[in-house]
Write a protein that binds this ligand. Sequence first.
Ligand code: PHE
Length: 469
Amino acid sequence: MSESSAPISGAMKGSNAKRGLWSSRLAFILAATGSAVGLGNVWKFPYITGENGGGAFVLVYLLCIAAIGLPIMMAEVLIGRRGGRSPVNSLREIARHDKLNPAWPIVGAIGVIAGFLILSFYSVIGGWAASYVVKAGSGQLAGQSADAIGAIFSDLLADPATLLMWHTLFMALVMLVVAKGVRAGLERAVSILMPALFLLLLTVVGYAMTTGEFGRAVTFLFQPDFSKLTTSGILVALGHAFFTLSLGMAVMMAYGSYLPKNISIAKTSIAVCVIDTGVALLAGLAIFPIVFANGLEPGAGPGLIFQTLPLAFAQMPMGSLFGTLFFVLLIFAAWTSGISLLEPIVEWLEEQKGMNRTTSTLGAGFVCWALGITSILSLNLWSDFAPLGAISMLEGKTIFDLLDFFTANILLPLGGLLIAVFAGWVMSRQAMEDELALSKPMFRLWYITVRYITPVAVGAVFIYNLIGS
Ligand code: PHE
């Protein structure tokens, strides 16, 4: 089946041939990390951790990463490499080859829809980060108090025109790269800019240690208090494991189709999970000491990092420089993730509708941009509008909240569930043993996880939340 495999875009394949196998392993890790590390780690993880009471939530999140995220990532990469095509076609090819139900490409369709909905609000948040480059760079934040910094953020949210401008800019950046179809340069940039982001986060953690509340932050993040954990908190932790690792929408499947056969899927997937989790935990360690030292509210919601990090940059030496650099790197991380959100849609339009890359990027990007306007309005003019408020679980949720909830907590886990079922129950066991090349006990552990643990865990969390609401 794989002789006829056609790579999705020539960029990585070509460079692999030139640079040999080791660099193609690195290329895969860079591409996958570029997609995984983004706003999910730095923006979303700290604020949902704050909203859900800290330690116990973090523990469930870590468990979800290790016991569900990692095995599903391996399954996605494996299916992609086996099929050797774009996700929809990989699934179709495997299904045809093994005479399976032709409905499986629906997983690819979930990816297309999820990518589209996520990118619409992701771009708005990417826009927030972009606006902070200017705020930090122009010295606006220097020496400001917590109240003043809070007010700067509220002013931004209250101003739809400014939000729209930054959202437009972010979306244009994403579309530019997707339209050109060139990823190689960007992936190389990841290898410099990601470590730089990591270092800057470490710098803020270093600063945060001097605020005197570091110990409290560590306790908050790592000492589980199960009385604070709710059923919906578990769903959020599970959903976030998918979101942060870019799972459940076949992104890793697409990248897997480039991975040479002799490279360990397990080791590379572990590397991506460790890097991604490391960045998230570091972001938490950077932010919570500032929260406690300034008497801020851990459950402040989506604005948390924009109310805390600028405060650190306002107070630390060379803060304007570090602040500017930090937000530039954050935009870059969000950019590479945004590209991987738009890519599946564009690919789908190319393959299924026969459109060319420029037209499909412009079309998909425009519709996504337009949908993003509803998220912008949710922050100001429509902040009281909860379209599905009649359902108790969705009470008080704005359109922006609903988009986030529906994608991260429902669509991605559902996509992941289907991928686990496909790998665990549909594909031939022999094929997977060949692909993974693990020791017998390790293979069995993985197989049991995708076959039983993942479907049962995701199913149980879904059902509990339905009953609980
Ligand atoms: N993983 C990205 C982040 O954490 C978001 C993302 C989700 C990207 C799904 C692609 C697919 O920011």
